[in-house]
Design a binder for this molecule. Structure first.
Ligand code: ADP
Length: 381
């Protein structure tokens, strides 16, 4: 009897152990699933490691940073940045949370902040969580701002240096030379107006950029705007021997907008056509109707010249600040390199777009695309 009882007790105990073990396995797999789900939904790249630094879970974003990641394998095999591997080692050894910055050069330059955190109680971490915060957009903005300041200062310094040089000459060797004086003063005036234009353009650009998310809503009829711009540039056109024609739309093209800013858009485009495309002797402006992908009516206004055109490799960069195909030619024309950038930002503010088509030797066509005000229909011109 005694033996039988002991046997029964042992069997029962074993069964209880098995149930407990099953519950534990179930619990472990439930928490693994939860971990997977959490890692998956994190907006940043994330990897969970066990205390030995082996990969337990990771999300698709993490795979972009470390393509060789594999569950069960040591993370150090996949993490190429030594700073991160070192931080993981330190956290695993009970060193507390760490954040390290690192850069990846391949396939393109990217910057990250890796946050390495112990999970569970100190002293030794039960698991480790790595979250990668992408610093690339921030770095790009910083780089752009630094480039912009460098470019703007350079652009201002050139005419300033010319002005200082002429002032020195007028105070020195050319002090009593009336002829030289009037020639130098004329050049100084040109340089001073170049600086003024540059400052005007920089201010307009920053004003438009600041208000880019606010869409102007005043109804603006584009034909009178375009006519006024062409009238204003008639003297330049005559000087260059260029004839400008306007093919009006069949029905009024009225857009929600800011009249002064839209005037600025067409002024820049027509002036560029006259400055860079004068060799073609004619500039044509035309209207056409179009519709957006959601069917909303839009108007297209094209400014076409028959000058030398623009080689394909420059087209995507034309609206970058200070980008010019030929710096000397742009400077000689009084250009600042900011015109098309301003056009792009004004159009963004108007929910519009600028399209450029050109082939070297065949002229250029800049087309403005704008949503029409509700109910207005642009005719095909
Ligand atoms: P810029 O002040 O130099 O005119 P923009 O931003 O208006 O600056 O234009 C950028 C560059 O694009 C110009 O320097 C010129 O090289 C090129 N470009 C613009 N319009 C034309 C055109 N119609 N034909 C040929 N090149 C053009």
């Amino acid at each position: 009897m005694g033996i039988l009882r002991t046997l029964l007790d042992r069997l029962r105990a074993r069964r209880d152990d098995a149930a407990q073990a099953a519950r534990a396995t179930e619990g472990a797999s439930a928490s693994a699933q939860l971990l997977d789900a959490v890692i998956e939904t994190l907006p940043d790249a994330a990897i969970a490691l066990d205390r030995d630094g082996r990969v337990v879970a990771f999300n698709p974003l993490a795979r972009v940073i470390a393509p060789a990641l594999a569950r069960g394998a040591p993370a150090s095999l996949a993490l190429r940045a030594p700073e991160v591997v070192e931080a993981v080692r330190a956290v695993a050894a009970g060193g507390g949370a760490q954040s390290v910055e690192f850069a990846q050069r391949v396939p393109v330059d990217r910057w990250f902040m890796a946050h390495v955190r112990p999970l569970g109680e100190a002293p030794a971490a039960a698991a480790i969580l790595l979250v990668f915060h992408d610093l690339t957009p921030l770095r790009r903005v910083e780089e752009m701002r630094a480039d912009f300041v460098a470019n703007a200062s350079h652009e201002l310094r050139t005419p300033l240096a010319a002005l200082s040089g002429f002032i020195d000459t007028l105070q020195g060797s050319a002090r009593d030379d009336a002829q030289a004086r009037s020639r130098f003063l004329a050049i100084m005036k040109t340089q001073a107006s170049r600086m003024a234009r540059l400052i005007d353009d920089l201010l307009s650009l920053s004003r438009v950029e600041l208000a880019e998310h606010m869409h102007p809503e005043t109804p603006v009829d584009l034909l009178p705007v375009v006519r006024q711009v062409v009238d204003g540039l008639q003297t330049l056109a005559t000087d260059r021997g260029v004839e400008i024609t306007i093919a009006p739309p069949a029905a009024p093209a009225i857009v929600p907008g800011d009249r002064d800013e839209l005037t600025r858009v067409f002024e820049n485009l027509v002036e560029n056509a006259l400055k860079y495309g004068a060799a073609g002797k004619k500039v044509e402006l035309g209207f056409a109707g179009a519709s957006a992908s959601d069917g909303a009516p839009e108007v297209l206004v094209a400014v076409r010249d028959y000058g030398p055109g623009i080689a394909a490799e420059h087209l995507p960069r034309l609206t970058e600040r200070f980008y010019r195909v030929d710096v000397t030619q742009s400077r000689a024309e009084g250009g600042t390199g900011l015109g098309l950038s301003l056009v792009k930002h004004i159009l963004n503010r108007h929910r519009g777009k600028l399209m450029v088509e050109s082939e070297a030797g065949k002229g250029a066509m800049f087309t403005v695309r704008l949503p029409l005000i509700d109910g207005a229909v642009a005719g095909r011109g």
